[in-house]
Design a protein around this ligand. Structure first.
Ligand code: NAP
Length: 248
């Protein structure tokens, strides 16, 4: 539907799950995709292998989005390797669920650091790069959980609400430079992130979704490409639910 020929897209967490679906959609639409990941080499290699027909248009990079030094080094290398950066998708994310009395500090920190600080790190350096060309599209992978809150997800919900708040501020800072930043809020999407949910809980969650099913990665990718397109030039600081009617 959209064309991204000649454009460069960074998709964090782009080798598995929703991120892989997004990376695939951008490849099909003509972009050069830099798909990042943090540790799962096997999944990354499988992803690269599956898309070998795209050759140099798919590049993998391994680093931790929550580590500022690693992010800074990634962008230094990026600027030497690629002529420009048009699109950043802040998709990398984790869950460490438990109810608040038993949520330990390391689970709180890991989720906030990956989901929120990771978004801050990537956005900060990406904006510096995008400002040079006075053009950019940033899309954050938030969650309906950041607006509704689910029991056991205080850390996750706070991180996802934080991404929305971050983009509200940043959208106002960079609007004059032709850079937009928006959020998508998936509901339950079929990936490994929620594969550990007990069968009974899956049944319960599906019964709460008006469409009575979980979403597919392609359904999220479609909305991400919409926000990332040149045509979406007057849309910034907004949030779109992709949740089968489970809206906050
Ligand atoms: P997933 O299948 O678990 O994949 C997560 C990806 O993020 C992996 O590629 C992983 O890399 C990467 N990652 C994790 N920690 C990282 C770090 N510190 N630095 C760099 N990369 C890191 O998850 P998913 O379901 O596709 O979720 C993707 C995003 O959508 C997340 O932000 C999630 O919160 C959001 N979301 C998901 C759902 C859902 O129902 N699935 C719903 C709403 C929102 P490795 O492969 O190396 O581990």
């Amino acid at each position: 539907m959209y064309q991204f020929n000649g454009q460069h897209v960074i998709v964090t967490g782009g080798t598995r799950g929703i991120g892989a679906g997004i990376a695939e959609a951008f490849l099909k639409a003509g972009a050069t995709v830099i798909a990042t990941y943090s540790g799962n080499d096997e999944a990354a290699n499988n992803f690269k292998e599956k898309h070998s027909l795209y050759g140099d248009k798919l590049v993998l990079k391994k680093f931790n989005v929550s580590n500022t030094t690693e992010v800074e080094n990634f962008f230094k290398d990026y600027e030497n390797q690629f002529p420009s950066l048009e699109i950043l998708i802040n998709n990398a994310g984790i869950r460490r669920d438990s109810i608040i009395p038993s949520m330990n500090e390391s689970d709180w920190d890991a989720v906030i650091d990956t989901n929120l600080k990771g978004t801050y790190n990537m956005t900060r350096f990406a904006v510096l790069t995008m400002m040079k060309n006075r053009y950019g599209r940033i899309v954050n992978m938030s969650s309906v959980g950041g607006k509704l809150g689910l029991p056991g997800q205080a850390n996750y919900a706070a991180s996802k609400a934080g991404q929305i708040a971050l983009s509200l501020s940043v959208s106002k800072e960079v609007a004059k430079r032709n850079i937009t930043i928006n959020n998508v809020c998936p509901g339950f999407i079929e990936t490994e992130l929620i594969a550990d949910l007990p069968v009974e809980q899956v049944k319960e969650y599906k019964s709460q979704v008006p469409m009575r099913r979980f979403g597919k990665v392609e359904e999220v990718a479609h909305a991400v490409l919409f926000f990332a397109s040149k045509e979406s030039s007057y849309i910034t600081g907004t949030t779109l639910d992709i949740a089968g009617g489970l809206n906050a």
